[in-house]
Write a protein that binds this ligand. Structure first.
Ligand SMILES: NC(=O)C1=CN([C@@H]2O[C@H](COP(=O)(O)OP(=O)(O)OC[C@H]3O[C@@H](n4cnc5c(N)ncnc54)[C@H](O)[C@@H]3O)[C@@H](O)[C@H]2O)C=CC1
Ligand SMILES: O=C(O)[C@@H](O)C(=O)[C@H](O)[C@@H](O)CO
Length: 321
């Protein structure tokens, strides 16, 4: 399929690589010439890391350049596309404006997909596009994290969602179809709840970022990879889960809409790896080198886990809840 990706940022360039590895032809555009110009180098860096681990699907550097075409204009990018993926800034109004512009440029039969993390984008889209509109939410980096949240618009037929689900499965991804839209789907909602607690622990001086990550990496992470949270509860015994609920000893933090820890970091320009410092000081290490090292280690974990396999999820025969 011809795939057009709008937005060549952190996600857009990586999605271009994923679909190129999946054998699709990709057009990529961005309203920032600088962001668009950065994309080929970022894609090749990631492709090289994947190839080094035998995970590039046989996509050579030359084939990547051939399969992904950069377009300076929206019209040029979407003219032939059977699917248009929006991966621009997570703000409603720029998305609404883009969908309106796309409506006059896309093929009538093209699927309009959004990579939005939380927004209900369907009310932002031209009504005539809704029968072929979906949310297709990926996780960073999408060439390594296999989960893809799929949600159809209220007018999207099951058959279309199944067509996209099958396409993603054929690409080796793990599409998870939500029966109806919920901000953040499943994994992003869990991440949001976890983040709220993390910011509470830091804001109220209970824990440092390092201590929080120690607790996750050496406490929760290993089991979660194998069991998720629900199978883990089965192995622990559900009476304990029920008792923990009954004891009400845990009260989730009330959302404050901000975090003092985050506010301080942002005020000091500590915006994350790209700035050399965030909640950690990355010692001025080159961000591309750090991201490549992240990818190298994630690949080693994925390879080992492919041998081990999960003990939960669809790999198991779940009890009817
Ligand atoms: N960063 C992440 O980890 C993830 C982000 N997402 C979602 O993906 C979307 C993009 O996120 P990122 O890639 O992180 O953002 P980003 O800021 O890295 O990239 C967005 C790109 O879109 C371009 N852009 C903005 N308005 C545009 C327009 N009207 N036309 C064409 N290009 C335009 C910008 O120049 C920028 O290069 C957001 O909706 C975000 O919630 C989803 C999963 C993970
Ligand atoms: O973690 C991810 O890659 C995705 O869940 C995302 O949508 C973004 O990171 C989002 O959670 C940022 O708030």
């Amino acid at each position: 399929m011809n795939i057009a990706i709008i937005g060549a940022g952190l996600m857009g360039h990586a999605l271009a690589l994923v679909f190129a590895i999946g054998g699709h032809r990709v057009t990529l555009t961005d309203n920032s010439a600088e962001a668009l110009a950065r994309a080929p180098g970022l894609m090749e860096k990631a492709r090289g890391t994947l190839e080094g681990a035998g995970e590039a699907g046989g996509l050579s550097a030359a084939a990547l350049r051939e399969r992904v075409t950069l377009h300076p204009t929206l019209a040029g990018a979407v003219a032939e596309a059977g699917m248009v993926i929006e991966a621009i800034i997570e703000k409603p109004e720029p998305k609404r404006a883009l969908y309106a512009e796309l409506d006059g440029l896309m093929r009538p039969d093209a699927i309009l997909a959004s990579n939005t993390s939380y927004l209900d984008v369907f009310p932002l889209m031209p009504p005539a596009r809704l029968p072929r509109a979906i949310i297709m939410h990926w996780y960073t980096p999408p060439y390594l994290v296999d989960l893809v949240d799929l949600v159809g618009s209220p007018e999207c037929p099951e058959a279309l969602l199944e067509e996209v689900r099958a396409m993603l499965a054929a690409m080796g991804k793990v599409p998870l179809v939500m029966r109806r839209f919920l901000p953040g789907y499943i994994a992003n909602r869990l991440q949001s709840a976890l983040s709220l607690e993390c910011y509470r622990l830091m804001d109220e001086g209970y824990a440092t970022p390092q201590e929080i990550d120690e607790a996750i990496i050496h406490g929760l992470g290993l089991r979660m990879l194998l069991l998720g949270q629900m199978a883990k509860s089965d192995l622990t015994g559900l009476p304990l889960s029920a008792q923990a609920l009954a004891n009400r000893m845990y009260e989730p933090p009330k959302p404050r809409g901000h975090s003092d820890t985050l506010d301080r970091a942002l005020a000091e320009g500590r915006t994350g790896v790209m700035a050399g410092r965030g909640l950690y000081d990355w010692g001025g290490e080159d961000p591309a080198t750090l991201l490549a090292e992240r990818d190298r280690r994630l690949l080693a974990l994925k390879r080992a886990f492919r041998e081990i396999g999960p003990m939960a999820g669809h790999a198991q025969t779940p009890q009817k809840a």
